[in-house]
Ligand binder design. Structure first.
Ligand SMILES: NC(=O)c1ccc[n+]([C@@H]2O[C@H](COP(=O)([O-])OP(=O)(O)OC[C@H]3O[C@@H](n4cnc5c(N)ncnc54)[C@H](OP(=O)(O)O)[C@@H]3O)[C@@H](O)[C@H]2O)c1
Length: 334
């Protein structure tokens, strides 16, 4: 593969999934077509997460077609802006963002300026790249839960989204109960008041007993229906994903979406939090959330995961292995 540093603005490198079940392969290709609406961004860092690897298996509901480029979020530098733009952005500025339909694992991307948020000077780009998708998901999941006080259960509190959710909930004054296996217990324990192991068949009973009847809200990415037992009738469950066995995650997500929608006014109520949809439909709120998240990370109020740097050369192997340790996030660095 050609070094990304060889790029001119006449072409770009993109990691494309040409065959489901295989890691994306690097392709040298023409630049995205210039248009009057989009900015051109030279991507320096882009996170690699489970949604990328699931999509590359062909097992993701918001599935881009074969040949797609993974990567929901990015940090980069503005190379060009549309001739008419109302934003305060400038060429050369360091920015970050989340894409509504993936595509960040490329050296240059064409992006609506309304998706871009400046990265604070005090934040290095690799660390900043761990923030957008995962922390924005946690932010809007808590927003959908709409709890001002009480207790919240965060499933996978040592995971990429869960660790942000646990920290943000604590910041909001909620008492955080988390689930974690022994693998991520130590990391999750930093952000939670109490932890149970989701492998324990009695973990839901333990939560009900510890909270005298159940938590006020839960953030879940497994789609488990039994988790509803751990939540008070007056509370809510927010689903960020629906689990499913490998090869069946698309269908699990489709039926999970339907079930959650039907339980919207049940007791406990259910909500779905999908950042691709939020980014597409609530753009100003998304920018505001990401701006505040960056500021909180810069001030040391939120602890980001350690970026585990992946070079373009190591990308395919890292993507296939997909083993970030708890507290780490893989970041493609160009
Ligand atoms: N809605 C959105 O917009 C959005 C955005 C980003 C991601 N997602 C989705 O959210 C899910 C999580 O993503 P992530 O990046 O946080 O993944 P991750 O970093 O791999 O974390 C997943 C966590 O789930 C835990 N876990 C595994 N099996 C579990 C079970 N049966 N019950 C409870 N917890 C379990 C793991 O705990 P251990 O390590 O202890 O095993 C791990 O901490 C994925 O499905 C992803 O596609 C959705």
């Amino acid at each position: 593969m050609t070094s990304p540093r060889d790029n001119t603005l006449s072409d770009r490198d993109a990691m494309r999934v040409t065959q489901f079940g295989h890691p994306p392969t690097p392709v040298r290709e023409p630049m995205p077509k210039r248009n009057d609406r989009n900015a051109l961004i030279r991507v320096t860092h882009a996170s690699i997460g489970v949604t990328d690897t699931g999509a590359a298996q062909g097992d993701y509901l918001l599935q881009p077609v074969r040949g797609f480029v993974p990567g929901y979020d990015f940090v980069g530098v503005i190379e060009q802006l549309p001739s008419v733009t109302q934003s305060q952005l400038r060429v050369g500025q360091r920015i970050a963002g989340v894409l509504p339909r993936m595509g960040a694992h490329a050296s240059v991307i064409s992006v609506a300026p309304s998706l871009l948020v400046p990265v604070p000077d005090s934040l290095d780009s690799a660390t900043a790249a761990t923030v957008p998708l995962d922390a924005v998901t946690a932010w809007f999941a808590l927003d959908a839960l709409a709890l001002t006080r009480g207790t919240v259960l965060v499933q996978g509190a040592g995971g990429a989204v869960g660790s942000w959710a646990a920290q943000l909930a604590t910041e909001q004054g909620l008492t955080v109960y988390g689930t974690a296996s022994s693998r991520s217990r130590a990391y999750a324990g930093q952000f939670t008041t109490s932890l149970v192991d989701y492998h324990d068949p009695n973990w839901i009973t333990q939560i009900i007993e510890a909270t005298n009847g159940g938590v006020d809200g839960a953030i879940d990415h497994t789609g488990s229906s039994s988790i509803r037992r751990a939540v008070r009738q007056t509370g809510g469950v927010v689903r960020t994903a629906f689990g499913g066995a490998p090869g069946h995650q698309r269908s699990a997500t489709a039926s999970g979406f339907l079930t959650s929608a039907l339980l919207r006014y049940a007791r406990p109520r259910e909500r779905i939090c999908s950042v691709p949809i939020i980014v597409a439909t609530r753009r100003a709120e998304y920018r505001d959330a990401l701006t505040k998240l960056f500021a909180a990370v810069s001030r040391g109020e939120l602890v980001p995961p350690r970026p585990r740097i992946v070079s373009p050369t190591d990308y395919a192997q890292a993507f296939a292995a997909n083993i970030a340790n708890p507290g780490e996030k893989m970041v493609l660095e160009r």
